[in-house]
Design a binder for this molecule. Sequence first.
Ligand SMILES: Nc1ncnc2c1ncn2[C@@H]1O[C@H](COP(=O)(O)OP(=O)(O)OP(=O)(O)O)[C@@H](O)[C@H]1O
Ligand code: SF4
Ligand SMILES: [Mg+2]
Length: 374
Amino acid sequence: MTITDDQSRAPGSPELAELPEDVTIETEEGRRLAEQLEDDRRHARKLLEVRNLSTHFTTRDGVVHAVDDVSFELDYGETLGLVGESGCGKSVTALSLTRLVPNPPGKIVAGEIIFDGIDILKLTANEMRLLRGKKIGFIFQDPMTSLNPTLTIGYQIAESARVHMGLSRRAAADRAAELLGKVGIPRAKDRMGDYPHQFSGGMRQRVMIAIALACDPKLLLADEPTTALDVTIQAQILELIRSLSDEFGTAVILITHDLGIAAGMCNRINVMYAGRIVETGNVDDIFENPQMPYAWGLLDSLPRLDQEKGERLRTIEGLPPDLINPGPECRFSPRCQYARDICREREPELSPRGENEPGHLARCFGTEPGGWIQ
Ligand SMILES: Nc1ncnc2c1ncn2[C@@H]1O[C@H](COP(=O)(O)OP(=O)(O)OP(=O)(O)O)[C@@H](O)[C@H]1O
Ligand code: SF4
Ligand SMILES: [Mg+2]
């Protein structure tokens, strides 16, 4: 099942009509009013609508169904977590949104991605460059691979602002210094001429955030932005992303394998498994009323305050399935202790859960109404 507009549209955000054509705008105040109405109209729709997205990789062993019929939406300014084990398709989803999937071997084979009203799969490669950087910022997992070691930090941030915002060299340099300060680099102005290797891992990640935010994007994609960092720095970087997204009104898709991190940062969570979304909902609903045995597994592997000393964290036994020619069954069934025959015959659809939990959907026969898991 696709998450349709009707299910996901927030209450009180009806589709607004276009402005009537026979009204002529004559005054400054009228222009401001028209702008406001246009703004209201834009905000009545979603920032991002992903419908039935499938991305495949053609390999010598066969076709890898890395992202398989994935649909989800994102509001303006919202923070969404994309959570799941290694290899479940989180990064490929993010790369698909920015059309950065390496081709070959990868290809978006089906679906629609509507970003801020633009159908991005219809854009040319050149037009796509306009969107990337200007409207969508990307923070990659490893800053060393995405920063150019031969260019100064100041140049790299300013270049992004210059190219995408059309700023003069001087204005771009000023913006770069301001952003470097905002992401918490001490003596920002003095450090503009330094090279990436002169910064620590945490500092480099801050620089990546500054580059991603240099053009004031509407959406920030943060792919495991803190995995390579120690715990204290991790918390600081996450706090930085949160405060900057609040300040600039930027929506965030935070990719992480750690449900705990997603809980602290996100409004909503998509749990991914084997190329599919298997549960989606508000963060509280996912934590208080999870509806998919895989999500229970992820929750069980989180450290808890009431944990006995020496008690080991539980892990999910077994491995995710091969994404080459996935079968018709529930993809979690080989690892699920609740699996029954029906689970091995066909895959459940994403279906609504919880009486007062709008937008909470899960893919499990056992927890459907009348199912065998209570
Ligand atoms: N260039 C590629 N060629 C072939 N298969 C690929 C390629 N890139 C990704 N895949 C496959 O696509 C699937 C999804 O990968 P993806 O990188 O999205 O996982 P992930 O959820 O981001 O994992 P991780 O947490 O390890 O980063 C995996 O099975 C992976 O092997
Ligand atoms: S559908 Fe069946 S196998 Fe899949 S998660 Fe639910 S109970 Fe487990
Ligand atoms: Mg990844």
